[in-house]
Design a protein. Structure first.
Length: 396
């Protein structure tokens, strides 16, 4: 498996496409005059040209217009047509939704890649080669300039489309789950399951899969947990009145800043009066009043940065509250309760399938929340004193 060249390149990327605007790919490409003689001019890298389909004779003599002149050259001297703009590479963009067998899934995915007008040239070829590579488990992916391909969305988004193939070819096969060639692949409806990216279905079970790319942590957000508990009578009855769940619910239903502040009220770190004194403030850089400074005095005096600050912002005080909540979540019994809640929501079985692409080669790793990888949960904070990244979540 490699980037197409020669007659395959011509057939796949140029022939039958009409006139195609592109640029020269090589430093010194040979040109031929219309009479067949070798031209004294040469094609240099980056020169704008137009491929002329109606006058092209073969892959070694494709017609191009350079300025006002027409020449012939080898098709491999031209940059393949590129996909224009941002390309949606998520599984749903390829029509992957209904339960599909592995064979049907691969066929549907490859057909969609070929038929989509926004996926062209080397991007199309590389995506098809990735599908073939993961399907076969071997081969080489050569001849591509990965710096010119959208590798981040390929890894993150297209990785969600490749993951099910990996699961059914090897990832879940040897885990005694009953997953085999007759298992099917399906995807949750939009917004229906924020914990999941796809399902692997057997006659007796449906396994939940969360896709991850290298560099992303397995973080469970409150928006993925709290609604599930509230909408399940059994889970709500079991956990709904606990301090830990009420803290989770507060973080989920409030803004990043106010969720942290109200959460601190719940755990007894500040008073409701202190929280109310900043309740009407908006924006990270909004300064809190002198009255609020007094009400938050204990937190401020015990923070190395804030205790010497004349101006204290809403974000500053929210960050200190986040730190208090993270500390609280690390207490042995509190962490144990959080772990129990999360395991109940996950039903003890979510698989994380992580993809890394190294020099164009995909490499998968798989872990499960049903084993000892989920224990001792506590909150993870990705925010800072002056800016926010996300609400507090659990790191798996």
């Amino acid at each position: 498996m490699a980037a197409s060249r020669g007659v395959d390149n011509w057939n796949d990327n140029f022939k039958g496409q009409g006139d195609v605007s592109t640029v020269a790919k090589v430093d010194t490409g040979v040109l031929y005059e219309e009479n067949g003689n070798r031209s004294t001019q040469q094609l240099t890298r980056g020169t704008p040209v137009t491929y002329i389909d109606s006058q092209s004779k073969s892959h070694t003599r494709v017609a191009i217009r350079v300025g006002q002149d027409i020449f012939f050259t080898n098709v491999d001297n031209l940059v393949k047509p590129k996909s224009l703009g941002a390309v949606n590479l998520k599984p749903q963009a390829f029509g992957l939704s209904a339960p599909l067998s592995l064979t049907s899934y691969v066929t549907t995915l490859k057909t969609s890649i070929k038929n989509r007008g926004d996926i062209k040239g080397e991007l199309q070829e590389y995506l098809l080669d990735l599908v073939d590579y993961v399907s076969s488990g071997s081969g080489g992916l050569t001849g591509y300039k990965f710096t010119e391909l959208p590798m981040a969305p390929i890894t993150k988004d297209f990785g969600e489309a490749l993951g099910p193939i990996y699961c059914l070819k090897s990832g879940l096969i040897n885990l005694n789950l009953g997953v085999n060639a007759s298992s099917t692949i399906s995807f949750p409806s939009s917004g229906a399951a924020q914990l999941l990216d796809y399902y692997i279905n057997t006659p007796t079970n449906q396994y939940k899969i969360s896709a991850k790319s290298k560099g992303t942590a397995n973080t469970l957000k409150m928006v993925s947990l709290v609604p599930t508990i509230l909408n399940d009578a059994k889970l709500s009855s079991k956990h709904g009145t606990s301090l830990e769940f009420r803290l989770m619910s507060t973080l989920n239903s409030s803004s990043t800043n106010m969720g942290a502040i109200q959460g601190c009220v719940l755990i007894g770190a500040i008073t409701q009066q202190a929280a109310a004194s900043v309740g009407g403030l908006r924006g990270n850089s909004t300064s809190i009043s002198d009255t609020s400074k007094q009400l938050f005095g204990n937190l401020i005096l015990n923070d190395a940065r804030l205790k010497s600050s004349k101006t204290i912002t809403l974000r500053n005080i929210a960050y200190v509250c986040e730190k208090k909540i993270v500390e609280f979540s690390k207490r042995t019994m509190v962490s144990k309760k959080f772990t129990e809640i999360v395991k109940d929501v996950l039903n003890n079985e979510v698989f994380y399938v992580k993809l890394d692409i190294d020099n164009g080669i995909p490499k998968f790793n798989i872990v499960s929340t049903s084993d000892r990888t989920i224990s001792g949960l506590h909150f993870r904070n990705k925010n800072g004193y002056d800016s926010t990244s996300d609400k507090l979540g659990f790191k798996i």
